[in-house]
Design a protein around this ligand. Structure first.
Ligand SMILES: C[S@@+](CC[C@H](N)C(=O)[O-])C[C@H]1O[C@@H](n2cnc3c(N)ncnc32)[C@H](O)[C@@H]1O
Length: 249
């Protein structure tokens, strides 16, 4: 039977109950506002992936499971697969990001993939870019709570960002590759990269995006496995490298 834990008030609580921090054992339930919320425990792999940042990852998982669901940023059915599908898959983006890079997470939503990426890679500077006020507010709260230097929030649409300036753009579930390329490739500095998390249809998305890739001067676009620090292949992404002297429209 799952333990039931009473937490302080819901959205006002800044401290998850201790049981929600445990990295083993059964999922815990916590009274969040008027509902019981299941907070999944971190799997063993999380400690290997996040290392000394695992307690921050657990705090983030708690925020997603409670405020994130309550405020409509994450579907309640995602809670059971929170670690595997969200935190760990997103942490695997790190395998395609060069060291000490400045990263823009476009359409960050509730902080995915940017927050797990920032936790797994302390060398990166990560900006969570999100146009919707409700989501940007949640992200600002998460950043403040996690207190990880080098992660911040910018409320903006991708199309509003400066041209030819970004080193690395990451994105998950924001738009089809063709549109994502139109929005982001002009924002990349020469040699910069877009890492777009894509699943089964990644190859077809490259085909559909080919005219935009060519018109915007992409040097390459290929499907890559995203690999966790544990060596496990977690998911896939399309990696686009920006060419030199590209048109910006
Ligand atoms: C389906 S959600 C995905 C959120 C998150 N990346 C994830 O994987 O959970 C898509 C997000 O893209 C944002 N978005 C939509 N159009 C955008 C644009 N033009 N520029 C930046 N973000 C955009 C939405 O506000 C929303 O938060």
């Amino acid at each position: 039977m799952r333990p039931t834990v009473r937490s302080p008030t819901a959205s006002s609580s800044s401290n998850p109950p201790d049981v929600a921090h445990g990295s083993s054992g059964a999922p815990s339930q916590t009274a969040h506002a008027t509902r019981l919320v299941t907070v999944p425990p971190a799997p063993d792999e999380a400690a290997d992936v996040f290392g000394d940042q695992v307690s921050r990852a657990e705090r983030y998982a708690y925020r997603l499971s409670t405020d994130g669901v309550e405020r409509g940023l994450l579907g309640p059915r995602e809670i059971d697969r929170l670690w595997e599908r969200h935190l760990l898959n997103c942490a695997a983006v790190a395998s395609e990001v060069p060291s000490a890079a400045e990263v823009l997470d476009i359409g960050s939503g509730a902080g995915l993939p940017g927050v797990p990426l920032a936790l797994v890679r302390p060398d990166l500077t990560v900006t969570l870019v999100e146009p919707l006020l409700r989501r940007a507010t949640f992200l600002a709260e998460v950043c403040q709570e996690l207190d990880r230097p080098g992660i911040d929030v910018r409320r903006a649409r991708a199309e509003e960002l400066p041209l030819a300036a970004a080193q690395v753009v990451v994105a998950r579930a924001v738009a089809p590759l063709e549109r994502l390329v139109r929005w982001t490739l002009p924002r990349l500095a020469p040699g910069g990269r877009l890492v777009a998390m894509k699943g089964r249809n990644a190859e077809q998305e490259i085909v559909a995006a080919r005219p935009a890739l060519d018109r915007l001067g992409a040097a390459s676009a290929e499907v890559r496995d995203l690999v966790l620090p544990t060596g496990r292949r977690a998911t896939r992404a399309v990696v686009v490298i920006a060419g030199e002297g590209r048109p910006h429209r």
